[in-house]
Ligand binder design. Sequence first.
Ligand code: ZN
Length: 484
Amino acid sequence: MSKKLVLAVVDALKPEMLERAIDHGRAPVMAKIRERGTYVRDCVSSFPSVTPVAAASIATGLGPAEHHIPSMNWYHRGERRYVEYGSSFEASRTFGVIESLIDTVYNMNMAHLNRARRTVFEALMDGGVRTAGTTYLMYRGRKRHLPSPEGMYSRLARAGGFTHAVWGPDELFYADLFASRKTDCRGILGMPGQRDQHTACVGAFLEENDLYDFMLASLPDNDTYSHRRGPYAQVTSIESADRALERIMHAAGGPDEFLDDHAVVVMSDHSQIAVVDEINLAQVLSGYELLLPSKPDDESAEIAICPSQRSAGVYVLDPERRDELTPRIARDLSAADGVDLVMYLAGEEAVVLSDRGELRFAPGGELEDDRGGRWSIDGDREALALRVEDGRVTSPSYPDPLERVWSALLCPHSGDVLASAGGGYEFDDWGGVAHVGGGSHGSLHRGDSLGVLMFSGTGPEEPPPTWSIKDVTPMILDHFAIDS
Ligand SMILES: [Zn+2]
């Protein structure tokens, strides 16, 4: 019989800040987990290193090429419209707050996430493991849940059109929308700053009533706090996340008792860096006819632009003009202040442009990366700061760069051209918001991409040479002896 396992995702948890919080006695539970288990401070996120893409990688063990969630904001070629998962309230308002929430709550899981691949919940449920989830972007499972009938917020949600059932884990608590049991926990509409306490309340209830073998405990408030106050302020929000974990563990007698008979995984989805300046994508590409959210049927529009924090995607609307416009857009983007990397596919190859030159690469070949992938490269290695030695290709600046860029470019929902912002820059979102003076993430650079992974009571005998957030689902399935 496997130990029960709790996977806690602390959004945007920055390794240096967790270490500071632990050193100052502000994160006693995470200190205990680190002390008892394995601590990794360079677990590689997805690219783009934004929450929906990373959450899908955590919940499936796959990159965007296979899970199909491309970004925070993207253009749906099939439905000919923008999809906005909530870059900011202002960005959501540009596309309609309700529409944006419907895309985030329903479509992300039920339509955009690849149905041909299983989530961690689906794989575990197929193997008879009891699963539970608190408000996490990715929740797709095998059990049907109707919207919660209880409470004032639930009535508001129903009035807003949130009346559909979803497929989730055995026990699903999602803001005030879904609650598989009656508890005294209040989601307060999933407002930032209120979400960790909801996870703590629900998690303690699940523990007290023995309702799970696997629980995904989502602790998103750290990300919001860090966006606003900057990553170096995280100690305060890490302390709150730690208290939420303590509350769940308290239901089993306290952290020591809990860790004696439970397995725990605590991780970041990505990190954050300090933002000092912004890039206005619409201005950079003002030489093209842009598809505006206010004119979705504009026949004269040539491109759709999708700023997603420190990454961006550009879509050529007319497939016949894709080959002509793609390299042109890439050059224009690459020349803009604050844009570090620009990427696109040319035939069987990926092209990466930067101030340091142009690199082309393709899978298969003589060179091996940190995770065993094989590649051939051509052109300026400095574009991705690549080091090549004894048949190995690495980059000190961009973790796992070839695999991550390739997977992003091959995601069927990705833009024709992708961009990664340089140090301190963020793309203004469709609401005109950038977190200047605060923090953000999304780029291929290590500052955004390297997060925490620590585990106790579980884990592989042989650790991979480099950890990725994609390793977590396989680790959990192994823990329960379930085939992936
Ligand atoms: Zn996140």
